[in-house]
Design a protein around this ligand. Structure first.
Ligand SMILES: Cc1ncc(COP(=O)(O)O)c(C=O)c1O
Length: 393
């Protein structure tokens, strides 16, 4: 059974039993929301009509016409059929993956994927294949083996970030999509760090590379470049309907308030038009990377997320302290967020950073790296506990 047929079969069965769900905007005196003390109504009466905050899920009274406007605008931005807003990128990833992927399926996941992807896959309970970071050959090996033992209910999926949040490098998306086509796999891409920043209209790397038709879904958060609360999934109408009907992270949570929807509409307009901001961001990243290289520092990645790997956890903290004392808010990223032995400074370049600031930061980073002496000769001290929230285990 294909994924499309599987989704249709699920939805048809729901509708047959009278359990289908559809989003409807509120109408009539409110006897459905959880506005028990009437505060949301009070806010609506005393300030603006929009002030009525979300006090129910989208499927109950938490829906608002503005969210429909936002989702239509998002779908149009990406040149896709549909979009669906979630309360955060974490829940969007967890919800999407655990809804679409079933225990009988097989899923390949990049070893550097975000914790929300890892947790989504834990919930999905499918067989997992963790491929080495950005290694398409390793992915191809996994796909070939999985395809060879493919049963009728077994769908294959590939999940990756497009721009990796801690490594600053891009996934080889065109190769991944080509492999997926070869093996009949479905691709899901987390665009958290790329949304707003790539492509002539800013809608992300997938659109920039013209790969929209080759992917099942993309996940975008408002919490990074767009600077608005919430997140969304982009895909086909069928996927959206499946999420509305089956995704626990969408169904069983209070909707974001409509004021937030108004922010989204404003932000989308700005982001779509902000070619100059994207150009400045790109130029600043390039400039900073050149300055680091001139100072003898090799940084990972290629865009505006600039990781400078120190190695030892305490050495990374020491380097961050030196940089912070010079007035720059740069943080040390340590395990379990990144693999053991790769603690790093993560520099996030912005469009509005001044040239002088970038030059000063590059030289402070060089000074910090020259100053720190890795404790215990560079050896990391392993923690005595074994819990590792970022591991794929
Ligand atoms: C790659 C990636 N995906 C998802 C998320 C989660 O997004 P949100 O902060 O909206 O929950 C993040 C945030 O750190 C992220 O970096």
């Amino acid at each position: 059974m294909s994924l499309t047929r599987r989704c249709h079969a699920y939805l048809e069965e729901l509708h047959r039993c009278g359990r289908g769900r559809r989003l409807a905007t509120p109408a009539g005196r409110d006897f459905s929301s959880n506005d028990y003390l009437g505060y949301a109504q009070l806010a609506a009466a005393t300030t603006a009509a929009l002030a009525r905050s979300g006090t129910a899920s989208r499927l109950l009274r938490g829906h608002h016409p503005l969210w429909e406007e936002v989702e239509t605008a998002l779908a149009r931005w990406h040149g896709a059929e549909a979009a669906l807003v979630f309360t955060s990128g974490y829940t969007a990833n967890e919800g999407l993956l655990s809804t679409v992927i079933e225990p009988s399926d097989w899923v390949a996941s990049d070893s550097a994927n975000h914790a929300s992807i890892i947790d989504g896959l834990r919930l999905a309970r499918a067989e997992r294949f963790i491929f080495r970071h950005n290694d398409v050959n390793h992915l191809a090996e996994g796909l070939a083996a999985a395809a060879a033992q493919r049963g009728t209910r077994r769908e294959l999926f590939i999940v990756t970030e497009s721009l990796f949040g801690m490594d600053g490098d891009r996934a080889p998306l065109a190769d991944i999509v080509a492999l997926a086509q070869q093996y009949g796999a479905h691709v899901i891409i987390d665009e958290a760090h790329a949304t707003g920043c790539f492509g002539p209209r800013g809608s992300g790397l997938v659109d920039h590379l013209g790969l929209r038709s080759g992917v099942l879904a993309t996940v975008h958060t408002g919490g990074k470049a767009l600077a608005v609360p919430g997140a969304y999934v982009v895909g086909g109408n069928l996927l959206r309907e499946l999420l509305v009907n089956r995704c626990r992270h969408f169904i069983y949570t209070t909707a974001l308030p409509p004021q937030v929807a108004a922010w989204w509409l404003e932000t989308l307009q700005r982001a779509e038009a902000d070619v100059a901001g994207r150009d400045r961001l790109c130029a600043n990243a390039l400039r900073f990377r050149r300055q680091l290289a001139a100072a003898g520092i090799s940084a990972g990645g290629e865009d505006y997320i600039v990781p400078i790997v120190v190695g030892d956890d305490r050495a990374a903290l020491g380097a961050a302290t030196i940089v912070q004392r010079a007035g720059f808010d740069v943080r040390a990223i340590r395990p379990p967020t990144v693999p053991s032995g790769t603690a790093r400074l993560r520099v996030s370049i912005h469009a509005d950073h001044e040239q002088g600031e970038l030059a000063a930061l590059a030289s402070v980073c060089a000074e910090a790296l020259a100053t720190i002496v890795p404790p215990l000769g560079g050896a990391n001290i392993a923690p005595s506990f074994s819990y590792d929230p970022s591991s794929h285990g």
